[in-house]
Each structure stands twice: as structure tokens, then as C-alpha cells.
Design a protein around this ligand. Sequence first.
Ligand SMILES: Cc1cc2nc3c(=O)[nH]c(=O)nc-3n(C[C@H](O)[C@H](O)[C@H](O)COP(=O)(O)O)c2cc1C
Length: 201
Amino acid sequence: MKSVDKKAQTTLAIHPVLKNRWSPRAFNGKLVENDKIDQMFEAARWSPSASNEQPWRFIVGIKGDETYQKIFDTFDEFNQLWTGTAPVLALTIGYTKSLKNPTLPNPTYIYDVGQAIAHLSFQAHADGLHVHQMAGFDATKAEKIFDVPADFKVLTAFAVGYIGDPEILHPNLKKTEYGMRVRRAISETVFTGKFGEALLK
Ligand SMILES: Cc1cc2nc3c(=O)[nH]c(=O)nc-3n(C[C@H](O)[C@H](O)[C@H](O)COP(=O)(O)O)c2cc1C
């Protein structure tokens, strides 16, 4: 297996879990141990949220089971090209309403669910796994298939597993698997005074 260096080329040192996390498309097929699956969802459970409303829910499929196949069937053509080697597929769901007053929307539910996934992916990475999130799927179809209640929305999907050999990928996907990870400069991201004025150079 050719080695890929996907470490973030940071200007300052950051925690190794954050530096080394990335989103592969090639998984090696090894099953994920149940305790590691439990741990990553435990990490998501302890994520912060507005008013501690914890709007996140998850539907998880393990390769070979019916849920896995149903989740896979909602993916677009591009994501179906690579997700089949992932041992775990999951859907991320958010409760759209305020728990205190369900007639009102919860304006931060997507933000909170995203943060839960961030915690999940860092825990997974610390346990030797990789997570690859997806928006390329039919969320409405997923809501129907899994009887998701009306006040909940399927937001994203993700694949989890142990990293695999990029050579197993479809030719169109190999380039990004070997390529370096890039980000916008910090000076264009963190401001002070007014929007656009760099805090950090
Ligand atoms: C909300 C969200 C949706 C994404 N959708 C897809 C997708 O449908 N298919 C895919 O292959 N990657 C998808 N990605 C992965 C991103 O392309 C990837 O995170 C980004 O390029 C940064 O790469 P890195 O995670 O390796 O740092 C998605 C990521 C996020 C957070």
C-alpha cells in the first residue's frame, strides 16, 4: 500500500488528532469493534449544544445488515463509488424544534448536530478510525425509509472504518486520495475591528 501524507500543513502546532484527521474514501474492510462504535457515539453525546437540547440523533448500519444497505441506497452515484468498502454507514439527524417550546424552531440545531459530528470524528480518529462525512445523498428518501418523524430532519451521512489502500478506488477518486489537504489562509478567516481585517497574519 502506497503511503499517503494527509497531515494538515499547519502554521502552528495543533493537537495531533486534529492535525491527522482527514476524510479518506478507501477503507480496508476490517470491521469496527463494537466498543469503538459505542465510544464515538458517546463522544457525540457529550458534545455541547444550545440549552443542552442535544438535537442530534443517528441511524447506524453495519456492513451486511439491512440498515447499511438502506443508507447506501440513498447515496448519490458519486458516493456509491467509494462507500461500499466502509464497514459502518450512518445518518445524522437533527430535531428542528425547541425542546422547551416545540412550536418554535431551534435556530442552532444544525450547528449543534455538526458539532456532535466533530466530536465523534475526533474520538474515532483517536481510536484509529477515519470518518468521511457526506451531503451527497437523498435525505428525503432517507426520512421516508427510516420513518423519521416530521420535526426531525436527516442532515448528513457518514462512513466510518479503518483506512484502506487508495489503489482500490475508482480512477477518478485516486488523485484526491493522494493529494495534499488545503485550507484558506488564517488571515482571511479570523478578523478583528471589522469583517475582513485580519487578526492573525
Ligand atoms: C457536511 C459535509 C458534506 C460532505 N459531503 C461529501 C460528499 O457528499 N462526498 C464526499 O466524498 N465528501 C464529502 N465531504 C468531505 C469533504 O469534501 C472533506 O471534508 C473536505 O474536502 C476536507 O477534507 P478533509 O476532511 O480530508 O480535511 C463532506 C464533508 C462535510 C463536512
